[in-house]
Design a protein around this ligand. Sequence first.
Ligand SMILES: Nc1ncnc2c1ncn2[C@@H]1O[C@H](COP(=O)(O)OP(=O)(O)OP(=O)(O)O)[C@@H](O)[C@H]1O
Length: 334
Amino acid sequence: MHTDTDRQVIEVTALRRRYGSFRSRTTKSATTANGTKRPIGTATPTGFEAVRGISFTVARGELFALLGTNGAGKTSTVELLEGLAAPSGGQVRVLGHDPYRDRAAVRPRIGVMLQEGGFPSDLTVLETARMWAGCTTGARPVAEALDMVGLTARHQVRVKLLSGGERRRLDLALALLGNPELLFLDEPTTGLDAEVRRETWELVRRLRDQGTTIVLTTHYLDEAEALADRLAIMHRGRIVASGTPAEVTAARPARIRFELPPGVSPAELPLSVPAAATGRRVEVRTERLQAALTELLLWARDKQVELVGLDARSASLEEAFLDIAAGERGELAA
Ligand SMILES: Nc1ncnc2c1ncn2[C@@H]1O[C@H](COP(=O)(O)OP(=O)(O)OP(=O)(O)O)[C@@H](O)[C@H]1O
């Protein structure tokens, strides 16, 4: 029987991370019964709190994306999950352990794809993978890891001669060497062209389908929309929206755009929802996309006008994100 700890690979509760130290609010001190001095007053936190009490879980086999504005606290959070630092408050459990205190138990079970591998660029792909395998507990065969990322044919090429996409794939192969149950991908497709990005997405999906739990941090919202089972958007150290991509966008209005037909003024439009016009370009924001679109199309047919450039779409994750970044409109409590 599976316990909750088996199911939840990551459990984060009221997690905080502060950079800097604590200082006493007073310089006065009192003498204690045994003659030693102790400061009077409460400790006051100084420094900067980058993670401000966030909670979330990641279930086994799930692909969870952490998104955020610049400086939102994504890296600070992921470092706590990887056990690279201790939290200043709250709790984090990874694979049932405290990843900082029980690092020896957690480390062999996780894989981390770094943004800059930092390997000697004169080594070949195979030499690099062998070197890394030598530092990895229970490494899978090097050939298997290279095959998984499609680098078999390039195994004798020096790293410095690889393309950007091939380097990212090598970074991923190294992260996969330990056969991780939990994989951290930090900006895995930054700097890659559209085709290589799509190939990387396919690879990430395959890993997820094979049962690997994946935590993805990315600046690309289309990437999160395409890959994530669930996601959290961070802003100033807090989670301001979370859920499936569909849940996160559901609360946002859909959009209809078209050119105002010649001889028609904005006031003549039939819409029961307000439309904003910039020159001849009209934009309608509505929570009832189908009804608004039907109303508009019936009106255009009756009036025998063409709606040039007609474009109707549900809210995208990108719009939800931009709304949050612009002013925390619709912000959910952390
Ligand atoms: N060592 C540090 N000391 C003090 N402040 C820090 C330190 N590291 C990060 N910060 C601050 O903490 C905040 C969160 O940084 P973090 O790198 O976690 O954000 P991020 O969401 O990963 O950002 P980005 O997307 O820009 O990489 C930022 O304001 C950053 O300046």
